[in-house]
Design a protein around this ligand. Structure first.
Ligand code: COD
Ligand code: ATP
Length: 193
């Protein structure tokens, strides 16, 4: 089995690429979604986050996402603390998910922070979805109905594109000039070689 890590900064089009790969039969673990579920369901994460950020972080079982975002995307120390609480549980959950897919020749994990979180240590190959920065900001503002400031906070919490390009094995260009579907087909062909 080959494990593919899919990354790219916020708004680069990872989810769009993941949807195409899923249609091509590749199971994709979406770390963003799973980490949010775990942040609400895991007593370990909950207790540790409350210890650091206070009990206001949860309303009943529900995580106050804007509050956590306001703490971590403005302060690199708090981001590192939250990551150190959440990521080990996501890692375990991902490994467990992979173990349930023994028949799949390729599985993938999608996360904006593949290299930052260290999830790349579980992958054999890595793919970066690349979209020029200005376009990413525009697309994310439109998708999330949010401000440029909030998008830039998240971008500043992530490894730069230049750094990702150096670290990744494959790149898919989501710049509206090249077909995403064709690039995904080529990618899978290359991985299978
Ligand atoms: C703080 C939270 C609750 C905010 O949730 P919200 O629904 O508002 O999502 P939001 O629109 O802010 O952002 C989602 C995007 O932010 C970026 N992002 C999320 N977490 C991180 C992080 N730890 N470091 C850098 N960028 C991040 C990603 O590009 C992601 O797609 C959420 O982002 C979170 O739980 N983050 C910590 C867990 C984590 O590291 N998740 C990333 C995948 S493992
Ligand atoms: N080629 C494209 N042309 C126009 N819009 C696009 C294109 N690709 C993706 N988008 C749109 O841009 C937005 C961001 O794409 P997507 O949600 O796939 O990014 P992402 O990398 O998964 O982001 P995040 O890190 O926030 O999860 C979405 O609204 C999507 O529909």
């Amino acid at each position: 089995m080959i494990k593919l890590g899919i990354t790219g900064g916020i708004g680069s089009g990872k989810s769009t690429v993941s949807e195409i790969l899923k249609i091509m039969g590749i199971p994709v673990y979406i770390a963003d979604i799973e980490s949010k579920k775990l942040t609400e369901s895991s007593p370990i994460i909950r207790e540790k986050l409350i210890d650091v950020f206070g009990s206001d972080l949860y309303e009943g079982d529900k995580l106050n996402k804007p509050l956590l975002a306001s703490y971590i995307f403005n302060d690199k120390n708090k981001l590192a603390i939250a990551n150190s609480i959440i990521h080990p549980e996501v890692d375990k959950h991902f490994i467990n998910w992979v173990e349930k897919k023994p028949e799949s020749p390729i599985v993938a994990v999608e996360t904006a922070i593949l290299f930052e979180s260290g999830m790349n240590r579980f992958t054999d190959k890595t793919l970066m979805v690349y979209t020029p920065l200005e376009e990413r900001i525009k697309r994310t503002m439109l998708r999330d109905n949010t401000t440029m400031e909030k998008v830039k906070e998240r971008i500043n919490s992530q490894v730069s594109d230049e750094e990702k390009i150096k670290l990744t094995d494959y790149i898919i260009y989501n710049d509206e000039k090249q077909s995403l579907i064709e690039q995904c087909k080529n990618l899978i062909h290359n991985i299978q070689q």
